[in-house]
Design a binder for this molecule. Structure first.
Ligand SMILES: CCCCCCCC/C=C\CCCCCCCC(=O)SCCNC(=O)CCNC(=O)[C@H](O)C(C)(C)COP(=O)(O)OP(=O)(O)OC[C@H]1O[C@@H](n2cnc3c(N)ncnc32)[C@H](O)[C@@H]1OP(=O)(O)O
Length: 164
C-alpha cells in the first residue's frame, strides 16, 4: 500500500504543455503497458487539457471492422483519467455518457481530446471528443468525476491481483 501510494504520488508533478503523461499503472486496462488486453492509450498535455492519438485493433472489435462501443467508452474514460495528472490528485468516474456519432473503425487513427469543463466542490465535469482523420467528429462525451483520497483505492488492493 505504501509503495503504491508513493508510486502514485510521484506522478502528480507538473507537466509542461506537450509532454507525455504517465500510465495510471502498468496493468491499467486503458493505458497500462503490461495489460495484454488493454488499449495502451498514451496521452499528452495539450494546453489545459489532454490529447491522444489512438488506433483500435481487432482485440476490441464489435461489429466486423468497427470498434466495440464499450471499448470506445473504456478509452474515453481512461483519457479523462489523464486529466487527473493536471488536476493534481485522484478522482473516479461517477457518471459517463458517450454519444456515438459515427462508427469508430478498427485500424483508423483517431484524435481524442479531453478537458475539464468546470469544477464544483469535489466534482469535475469533463468533456471529450474523438475526431476521424478527415476531421469528422465520431464521438462526444461528458462525465462527472469525483475526487477521492488515495485510501479509496485500498478497497481494491489484494496480494493476488497482478500490479498490486
Ligand atoms: C494506496 C494508494 C493507491 C494508489 C494507487 C492508485 C492507482 C489509481 C489508478 C487509477 C486512478 C485513475 C484511473 C482513471 C481511469 C478511469 C477512471 C475509472 O475507471 S474510475 C473507476 C470507476 N468508478 C468508480 O469505481 C467509482 C465508484 N463510486 C464511488 O466509489 C462513489 O460514488 C464515490 C466514492 C466516488 C462517491 O461516493 P459518495 O457516496 O460520497 O457520493 P455519491 O452519492 O456517489 O455522489 C458523489 C457526487 O456526485 C454527484 N452526482 C452523482 N451523479 C451525478 C450526475 N449524473 N451528474 C452530476 N452529479 C452527479 C452527487 O450529487 C454527489 O455530489 P456532491 O459531492 O454531493 O455535491
Amino acid at each position: 500500500m505504501q509503495a503504491l501510494l508513493a508510486m502514485w504520488s510521484e506522478k502528480f508533478v507538473g507537466y509542461p504543455d506537450g509532454s507525455d503523461l504517465p500510465a495510471h499503472h502498468d496493468h491499467c486496462l486503458g493505458c497500462g503497458p503490461e495489460n495484454p488486453h488493454g488499449h495502451r492509450l498514451r496521452a499528452v498535455r495539450h494546453g489545459d487539457g489532454v490529447q491522444a492519438w489512438h488506433t483500435f485493433d481487432n482485440r476490441h472489435v464489435g461489429a466486423p471492422g468497427i470498434a466495440h462501443g464499450g471499448a470506445v467508452a473504456t478509452v474515453v474514460d481512461d483519457l479523462y483519467g489523464f486529466l487527473l495528472f493536471l488536476e493534481g490528485g485522484p478522482a473516479v468516474t461517477r457518471q459517463l455518457a458517450v454519444d456515438y456519432l459515427a462508427p469508430v473503425l478498427i485500424g483508423t487513427t483517431y484524435r481524442l481530446d479531453a478537458q475539464v469543463a468546470r469544477r464544483e466542490g469535489r466534482k469535475l465535469f469533463v468533456t471529450a471528443g474523438a475526431t476521424a482523420p478527415d476531421g469528422r467528429p465520431v464521438i462526444t462525451s461528458t462525465a462527472v468525476f469525483v475526487k477521492v483520497s488515495v485510501e479509496h483505492f485500498a478497497q481494491g488492493i489484494s496480494p493476488d491481483v497482478p500490479g498490486d
